[in-house]
Each structure stands twice: as C-alpha cells, then as structure tokens.
Design a protein around this ligand. Structure first.
Ligand SMILES: Nc1nc2c(ncn2[C@@H]2O[C@H](COP(=O)(O)OP(=O)(O)OP(=O)(O)O)[C@@H](O)[C@H]2O)c(=O)[nH]1
Length: 357
C-alpha cells in the first residue's frame, strides 16, 4: 500500500540571500498547505525564528550553530519526529538552514534519517543576485552548493540590471548545468515549484533519486567539506568555520545618530547584521528591523507587539570581527536618559527605511 510521506525541503543560500523572505512568502501564499518549519540561526538570538513566527503551522528554532554540523542523524531525526507527529497534520516540512550551512551535509543527514514519515523533498538554493559574484570569489565553495541544488532561486533580481541578470543566469548554468533556475524579487516564487499543494503519494519514491553516492560525490574530490573523524569529514572546510557571530541586546533605547555612525563605519569583515532596534526619541513608537548584507542596509518598520518588551536585539556575523570592540561600540549607542533626541536625529535612519517592507 502506498505510504503518504511528508516531503522535507531544504532551503539553503549564503548569508542574507533571502531565505527567510522567501519562506515568509511561501507561507503567505500557501494557505491550503500546512507547513512545518525548522529555522536554524547561526547566532544565539533567534532573529529568523522571530521573523517567521506567527505565519507558520509549527516551527522549531535551532540557534547558535549550524544545523549541518549540529545535526548528526539522530538530532535531525528528533526534530523531524516532533514536526511530523501525525497530530500536527503537517503537509510539508521546510528547513531553513543558516546562511553558512553545508547543503550536502544536511542532505546526508536527511537521507540517513530513520523517520519513516518523511521523504527528502529536494534542495532549494537561494542566490543573492547582487552579491553572488563577489561572494563567489571569497567562497568558491558556493559553486558546490549550487550544484547540490534541485532548484536555484536567483533572488534580488530587482537589485541588478537586465544584462547582469542574464550574465548571472549564464554563470549559474555553467556552474551547475541542468539545474533549473528561477528568478525572483523578494523571494516571490511560485510555491508549486517547491511543493504540491496537497500531500504527495510517494509510494516510497524520492522526489529526486538521490543516493548516498550522489551526496558524497563532488567534483572537488568526493568530500562535501563536512565530516568529523567518525565519518571522514573536515569541518574546517565549512563556510561557518571562518565566521563568527556576535550578539548584542539592550533594554535601554538607542541613540539613532550614534547607531548610524556605527553602521556607516562597520568593519568590512562584518558581512551580515540583523535584528530589531529600539530607538529613543521620535522613533520610539516603532520597531526597526535591521538588515545589513555586505554594503546593503535596510530598516523595516513594524509596530511593537502589544505587551512585548521594547528592546534591541542584534546578531552580527562576519569574519575577523572583534566581539569586544563591536559590543563596546554598540553599548556606546545606548542613549543616556537626559539626552534630547528629535526628528533630525532620525534622518540618517529614515534614509534606509524600506518603503515596501
Ligand atoms: N531588494 C531586495 N531585497 C531583498 C530581496 N529578498 C530579500 N531582501 C532583503 O534582504 C535582506 C535579507 O533577507 P533575509 O530573507 O533575511 O535573508 P536570509 O537569507 O534569511 O538571511 P540569513 O538567515 O541571515 O542568512 C532583508 O532586508 C530582505 O528584506 C529581494 O529580492 N530584493
């Protein structure tokens, strides 16, 4: 008899490429599908989980680390066990990996899962059209990630000119011949590309017949860059081996001008910053979502949740960043109670407010 198994889809992509944005779009656009989500944040404050919460049928956040390493098969199994509890009636599970995860390690963990209620549903790699050429130079291993994908989403096409977009499509075809690529702005892809609107009858058949050999095989010589002694991996080749995260929280509101000074002179190694800001003065009534990716900076405004504490929570991710200096500089952005802060102090911030966000 055919078994009805729940597809598990992996969403990977470098820091800030738009994974959470796409996930939120998918959830908004798939009201007839019950989606369970596992969100893996690299830092210890769950910014991504906060951005996804409320839209999803069930979610398990995993913070501080990279699922590709944290998840040996049994750990991954435990999380999937919870999400695939028949009582939750989940149709599809989406795992949003951290921006530094190794896709192939995650595929391997999924394929070796002993959970009989799931089936590997494929890998979606989100590519940041604006940043990819530079990021690829710094991290040639991204090519391997693209090759592991079943679908590549070339996101942020609104940030590149038409000829750049065409050039990127050609590059992606060269890197991963035959892997389908869809272009998107703000992660708006058709959910049907990722999952059926109703649960599929798999009859034991995988979405894509990936074998262990596929997962291990790679043009770079067979390794996926992951693996401890016990299964022959070398974690030092993982993207996240070179990155570190620094968290900052403050209960007291920030001075908007000092915060902008900090952001304008952020160290080059600080590639990604995200979180929520609580400003003193004219901006105090709104929650400012902060997103920095490379040189890109945006604030997304939203109301503070009723009854929720107004605080600042930030995660910064980069290479060669000095935690002590960053924390000290941010602490200096906290406004003193006697400081007068008016609209003019907010002007630097408002230049980066996302009108569509
Ligand atoms: N202009 C533009 N901005 C985008 C697009 N997609 C996402 N963004 C913005 O890019 C920033 C990062 O997006 P996220 O969805 O948080 O990226 P992510 O891949 O989940 O980030 P990490 O989890 O930190 O790796 C946010 O400010 C988004 O609003 C897009 O297509 N165009």
């Amino acid at each position: 008899m055919a078994t009805q198994r729940i597809p598990v889809i992996l969403v990977t992509g470098f820091l800030g490429s738009g994974k959470t944005t796409m996930l939120n779009h998918l959830m908004r656009d798939s009201t007839d599908t019950r989606i369970g989500v596992i969100v893996n944040d690299f830092g210890s404050i769950n910014i991504d989980a906060m951005a996804v919460a409320g839209q999803v049928d069930s979610m398990i956040p995993i913070e501080n680390g990279c699922l590709c390493c944290a998840a040996d098969a049994s750990e991954m199994d435990e999380m999937l066990e919870r999400l695939t509890d028949p009582e939750l009636r989940i149709d599809v599970v989406v795992i949003e990996a951290s921006g530094l995860a190794e896709p192939q390690s995650m595929i391997r963990a999924l394929l070796s899962s002993s959970n009989e209620r799931i089936v590997y549903g494929g890998l979606v790699e989100v590519v940041d059209a604006a940043e990819f050429p530079d990021t690829r130079v710094r991290h040639p291993e991204l090519d391997r990630h693209v090759r592991a994908a079943d679908l590549v989403v070339l996101n942020k096409t609104d940030r590149v000119a038409e000829d750049e977009r065409r050039g990127l499509l050609e590059d992606l075809q060269e890197i991963a011949p035959g892997v389908p690529v869809v272009t998107a702005a703000h992660g708006r892809v058709d959910p049907a590309l990722l999952f059926d609107h109703r649960p599929r009858e798999t009859a034991g058949e995988d979405f894509r017949q990936l074998s262990f050999a596929d997962v291990w095989a790679d043009e770079t010589g067979g390794a996926d860059g992951c693996g401890d002694e016990s299964h022959g991996h070398d974690h030092s080749r993982h993207l996240h081996a070179a990155y570190e995260s620094v968290e900052f929280s403050a209960a007291e509101p920030l001075h908007p001008r000092r915060l902008m000074d900090f952001l304008d002179s952020r160290p080059v190694g600080l590639y990604r910053a995200k979180g929520f800001l609580h400003f003193a003065g004219a901006g105090r009534e709104r929650k400012f979502g902060l997103h920095a990716v490379g040189s890109y900076l945006r604030f997304e405004l939203s109301p503070w949740e009723r009854g929720a504490p107004r605080t600042t929570q930030l995660v910064m991710i980069g290479t060669g960043i000095d935690a002590g200096t960053l924390t000290k500089r941010l602490a200096e952005c906290v406004a003193a109670p006697e400081e007068e802060i008016d609209e003019t102090h907010m002007m630097g911030v408002l230049r980066y407010v996302n009108e569509t966000g």
